[in-house]
Design a binder for this molecule. Structure first.
Ligand SMILES: [Zn+2]
Length: 229
């Protein structure tokens, strides 16, 4: 990972400064895709969408925060920009924060509500990602209600949303609907579809790794070998 500039933002509620670290290059080594569609890059902090201000504790969409400027890696701000030195980095929010954002009316239209619900679901699933315990699916009443609403909002969506929806249905144990929702996927998603079918056939509701970088390299090599045969 090669760091890029730190973007200096102001909280839309109280004007407190925060910095958003950016990256010029990202190393895909060790990338993992999960059955809920979350993609993980071990050496790369996530780019947040909703953050909590460290001064006033309110949530805001990063996209609406005024950008005051930036500091290059290693640069020390001088003059008017001296206030930018030592500004705290933005803090991503968690499952409870995304659900709070929905309750607070931060979703202005259905696509934003769906985005907040997908992120609430992912952050709720985070505690299960490296667990071997059973029960790796939403179980609290809020998490279940969130997944149910996500399923409604993701109906008639594009392929990525079809996968999110199938996975949420599977995690809730609604296997028949999960199977039916997979019919809408095109052949680009064969790997994900087959993995979902295996898990549904096994009666599993658990979050799993969908594929790793190694899997993708192996499949690409197999495909190349098949084409050259
Ligand atoms: Zn604030």
């Amino acid at each position: 990972m090669i760091p890029g500039p730190d973007i200096i933002l102001a909280c839309p509620h109280c004007d407190a400064l925060a910095k958003l670290p950016t990256f010029d290059a990202i190393d895909p080594t060790g990338a993992l895709s999960w059955t809920d569609g979350f993609q993980e890059l071990p050496d790369c902090p996530r780019q947040p969408n909703v953050v909590r201000c460290q001064a006033c504790a309110k949530l805001y969409w990063l996209a609406v925060a005024p950008q005051l400027g930036f500091l290059m890696p290693g640069e020390v701000g001088e003059g008017e920009r001296a206030a930018w030195n030592g500004v705290p980095a933005v803090v991503s929010t968690d499952e409870a924060g995304f659900l709070e954002a929905i309750r607070d009316g931060m979703a202005a239209f259905p696509e934003q509500e769906l985005e907040l619900r997908v992120f609430a679901w992912w952050r709720g699933n985070d505690k299960h990602r490296y667990s071997k315990e059973p029960g790796r699916f939403p179980s609290s009443p809020e998490a279940v209600a969130n997944a149910e609403r996500l399923i409604v909002l993701a109906a008639d969506g594009d392929h990525e949303l079809v996968l999110f929806r199938a996975e949420a249905l599977r995690q809730l144990g609604r296997f028949k609907e999960a199977t039916e929702s997979l019919y809408g996927l095109c052949s680009d998603y064969t790997l994900a579809r087959e993995r979902q079918r295996e898990l549904i056939a096994a009666g599993s509701r658990d979050l799993e790794v969908l594929f790793s970088e190694e899997t993708l390299h192996r499949l690409a090599a197999e495909q190349e070998a098949a084409e050259n045969a």
